[in-house]
Write a protein that binds this ligand. Structure first.
Ligand code: G3I
Length: 354
């Protein structure tokens, strides 16, 4: 593959290219790196690789205009006790972004998950009244957002509050539902976040919009309710951890439906798995690569088709294939290979831009 790409005209893509040609009065756009695309393009970053792997760091600087911490800004990573924090990794990421003029998207303030990165033990073990729980949530959100005020553009304030059937996670599943109630804990988290940093863009982030109509409807219903209740919310994050066995059109449906809220839309954790069933002997064929191309292109095109003010951008959940949480399945779900060379999937993004 040679640079630069002429959008919609890369030779290897011509046979499949059904992108809309540039209007006659516009020069064809030339994209050398993803960050030159029509909206922010990002990746979730692994702190160890960012600190220690030059090729990884250089790829990020060259290609991306937005970054998200894959784990370093989760509550389990930052919070070490009530009012006690580990800031090193989050600080490092924010300083790196500032040095290179890259936008930071914060992920994620409030999440039901109880794995070590997602939730610290002291929160899992906390005992108190509803007001006590609201207070510890407020303290955490306030402390984290105040530290990065003006440096983090947008936050996933609440992550994955809704199940695939469209109902809220139950009291058994979610400590916040159990102790505060849903959607009350969601409203409260957004109110605290807005108070802490009134300029930050606040997102509700979830997965499954591409395969669950019930999830799509429930997310839009939640957002509409929040707006009616005067809760500050500015965007919807669609994770889109998808795979090649799902119809391409699902991705477009997910993006269009989220845009019906009128809020910003962030494809926040994009990857396209080829080995959903974790087959040990899978071969990563050209056909699978082409199926990934189609899905990346569809995501990029659907984002391009939104009104400009709703395009928060697309973030991939990792940089090179071996950085993906799915790599050991094995899988190769990202636009860069293990040597950070651009893949067919990368061409899909570029061809979907215009
Ligand atoms: O860093 C520790 C290491 O010290 C320890 O020895 C090892 C033993 O288990 O764990 C390591 O931490 C793991 C961490 O990833 C870093 O690799 C955690 O166990 C593991 O739970 C954690 O998984 C992350 C997961 O979220 C849970 O926080 C994945 O990397 C991350 O890709 C994944 O990201 C989520 C999004 O936040 C929300 N949407 C879905 C997405 C994929 O599951």
């Amino acid at each position: 593959m040679t640079l630069p790409f002429s959008v919609g005209m890369s030779l290897s893509c011509q046979e499949n290219d059904n992108s809309v040609p540039a209007p006659d009065d516009e020069e064809p756009q030339t994209i050398e790196y993803l960050k030159e695309g029509p909206y922010p393009m990002g990746a979730a970053l692994n702190m160890n690789a960012l600190r220690n792997k030059e090729i990884y760091r250089n790829t990020v600087i060259r290609e991306f205009s937005s970054i998200t911490a894959e784990n370093a800004m989760k509550m389990g990573s930052i919070s070490r006790g009530r009012g006690q924090y580990f800031w090193d990794d989050a600080d490092y990421l924010v300083n790196f972004a500032q040095e290179h003029g890259i936008r930071v998207h914060g992920h994620a303030l409030i999440w039901y998950k109880q794995s070590s990165t997602a939730m610290p033990d002291w929160v899992k073990n906390f005992q108190g009244t509803k007001e006590d729980w609201k207070l510890i949530m407020k303290e955490y959100i306030t402390d984290v957002m105040t530290r990065y005020k003006g440096k983090i553009n947008s936050w996933d304030v609440v992550n994955e509050a809704i199940k695939d059937d469209g109902t809220f996670r139950t009291a058994e599943e979610c400590i916040w539902t159990r102790n505060i109630g849903a959607p009350e804990y969601i409203d409260w988290a957004f109110q605290c976040a807005h108070e802490a940093d009134p300029d930050a863009l606040l997102f509700y982030n979830d997965y499954g919009h591409e395969y669950s109509a019930a999830k799509r409807a429930a997310v839009n219903h939640l957002v509409e309710g929040m707006l009616e209740r005067g809760i500050p919310i500015h965007g919807v994050g669609l994770q889109v951890h998808t795979h090649v066995n799902r119809p391409v059109s699902d991705i477009r449906t997910a993006i269009i439906t989220a845009a019906q809220t009128g809020l910003k839309v962030h494809v926040s954790e994009l990857d396209v798995a080829v080995n959903k069933d974790s087959k040990a002997d899978i071969v990563y064929t050209d056909e699978l690569k082409q199926q990934q191309y189609d899905r990346y292109k569809t995501a990029a095109k659907a984002m391009s088709d939104l009104p400009k003010e709703q395009q928060h951008g697309i973030t991939m959940w990792g940089v090179g294939d071996q950085d993906s949480f799915m790599y050991k399945n094995p899988d190769w779900p990202l636009p860069f290979d293990v040597n950070y060379k651009r893949k067919r999937a990368y061409e899909g993004l570029v061809d979907g831009f215009y």
